[in-house]
Design a binder for this molecule. Structure first.
Ligand code: NAD
Length: 509
């Protein structure tokens, strides 16, 4: 325990109360891993830091719990997730308080994040009775050919700071109903939210009489996370974060023939066509680009506006940006909270400098605000930058609020520009021309995992599979068929013919 546990500030008080309400024993939380709130820069509560031996032991416990959990009928596994979902619902406000304190989201967005956890728990409960395999006609008489989905083993979940709890729940609710056990390495910035979420799952596990080891929480840094990645007992590593992280994780897991599910960086674009409803486009663009202070993987970063409406729309976006309330996200009316840390602020400033050098003009925002009131917190007004074309800096994901605006004349040209970046997560078109919308959604259109019409790039629902292509990593999480990533298919042939006909008409003995 460290003296950080005695720190008393209003934020730390809120955090302490929220942790206790979620059943966390504060006497076991304390440790050297300091979590500072991006809202004020003040320290919250220090969390423990796991050692290499702790990581090894946690994976061992998850591996040991696997056979009993695998053999528990899937609908019963679903009952555990149902209870977890109820507890998440009961503690929605407490969890949202922790998310706001640790990563600076507005309470509305923090509640939305917790709601995603509740939604995926609902989906997973239904899924627990629908782990369907197929039956295929066999070419051999008196044979049955079928595919059965089996649990995979231990799933390692590595999560990013900007969706500190929802992405864990996307993975864990499904992995648990699929019969897997889970080891979670949360983001360093969000260890307290993780402790609370894990405590609620522990409560559900204990009430359901499920094996205790099925969920493990690792409070460690990127180095500790590497140990998890390299551990051959971890069948699937589901990693959410930057492309840089994915470049390290993917080869390390492949070297031991493990599986990965990668949800990496995005560089999301939207096209505004001449026929677009500009009122709707304006709201869609501003929420997607400035919401969550530009710190969503699906944040809109590139806007391609038809030259006939470019001046009009850009002026309105600039005016909207200038009126956005930036500040302490807990205050009424504030829409843009802080950047997560100084590094993010410096990355934003570097990107703006590069954009200027590459011919861009900053039309709004980009400056630090509230530095006097909060010298250790980093508030910036989201920036709008007019670019003459899609230069090198526009190809990069800068994880801060910068919207690059470019113009186009021909839709084919706009789609080509849109697809000309290395990432492929989310995309959108604003148009009332159905032909244009269909073209954007076709295989010759957006090359992203998510393609929207008359909606911005962010704010996905959990029912659809979530993820992206190219450097975004190709993984899919949450709804649709994403559950299959957490299971292994077994192709089974049963011969009840009393003969031994061989496939492809082969004859032997
Ligand atoms: P990050 O890559 O710095 O860290 C993500 C997680 O990976 C953290 O828990 C970190 O400790 C861990 N990590 C880092 N290097 C590692 C390594 N070599 N081996 C194992 N673990 C390692 O990302 P961040 O700053 O926390 O989050 C922002 C990034 O995440 C952005 O690029 C954003 O687009 C991306 N993101 C993507 C999605 C998606 O679904 N595609 C969702 C959320 C965030």
């Amino acid at each position: 325990m460290t003296d950080t546990l005695t720190t008393t500030t209003p934020l730390a008080d809120d955090v302490r109360a929220a942790l206790q309400a979620c059943g966390v024993d504060l006497s076991v939380v304390g440790g050297d891993a300091q979590v500072a709130s991006p809202i004020t820069g003040e320290p919250l509560i220090g969390a423990r830091l796991d050692t290499v031996a702790d990581i090894d032991a946690a994976v061992g416990r998850a591996a040991e719990a696997f056979p009993a959990w695998r053999d528990t009928p899937a609908p019963l596994r679903g009952q555990l997730v149902k209870r977890w979902g109820e507890l998440l619902t009961e503690h929605k406000e407490h969890l949202a308080t922790l998310v706001t304190a640790e990563v600076g989201k507005t309470p509305s967005e923090a509640r939305g994040e917790v709601q995603e956890m509740i939604d995926i728990a609902d989906l997973a409960v239904g899924q627990s009775r629908q782990l369907f395999g197929k039956t295929m006609p066999s070419e051999r008489p008196g044979h049955r050919l079928q595919e059965v989905w089996h649990p995979l083993g231990v799933v390692g979940v590595i999560s990013a700071f900007n969706f500190p709890v929802a992405v864990y729940a996307w993975n864990t609710a499904l992995a648990l109903v699929c019969g897997d056990t889970v080891v979670w390495k949360p983001a360093d910035a969000a260890r307290l939210s993780a402790i609370a979420v894990d405590a609620l799952l522990a409560k559900a596990v204990s009430e359901a009489g499920a094996p205790k080891g099925i969920h493990q929480l690792l409070l460690t840094d990127a180095d500790g996370s590497r140990k998890l990645v390299e551990d051959p007992r971890v069948a699937l590593v589901s990693a959410t974060g930057s492309v840089r992280m994915g470049r390290e994780v993917a080869p390390a897991v492949a070297a031991r023939f493990g599986r990965t599910l990668l949800e990496l960086g995005g560089n999301n674009g939207a096209i505004v066509a001449p026929s677009a409803d500009l009122d709707l486009a304006l709201r869609g663009v501003v929420f997607a680009a400035a919401g969550t202070a530009g710190q969503r993987c699906t944040t809109l970063r590139r806007l391609f506006v038809h030259s006939s409406v470019a001046d009009q729309l850009t002026k309105r976006v600039v005016a909207a940006y200038e009126s956005l309330a930036v500040g302490d996200p807990r205050e009424d009316g504030v829409l843009v909270g802080p950047l997560v840390n100084q590094r993010s602020y410096e990355a934003q400033q570097a990107a703006l400098a590069a954009a200027r050098e590459q011919g861009g003009t900053v039309l709004a925002g980009g400056d630090r605000e509230l530095a006097d009131a909060h010298p250790d917190a980093y508030y910036v007004r989201p920036a709008v930058v007019s670019m003459p074309d899609q230069t090198a800096i526009v190809h990069e994901e800068t994880f801060a609020p910068i919207l690059y605006v470019m113009t186009y004349d021909d839709l084919g040209e706009a789609i080509a520009l849109h697809n000309a970046v290395p990432q492929g997560l989310s995309s959108a078109i604003f148009t009332t021309d159905q032909g244009e919308a269909e073209r954007f959604l076709s295989s010759a259109g957006s090359d992203c995992g998510i393609a929207n019409v008359n909606i911005g790039t962010s704010g996905a629902e959990i029912g659809g599979a979530f993820g992206g292509e190219k450097e975004t990593g190709g993984g899919r999480e949450s709804g649709s068929d994403a559950w299959k990533a957490y299971m292994r298919p077994s192709t089974q042939t049963v011969n009840y013919s009393g003969q031994l006909p061989l496939a492809q008409g082969v004859t032997f003995i």
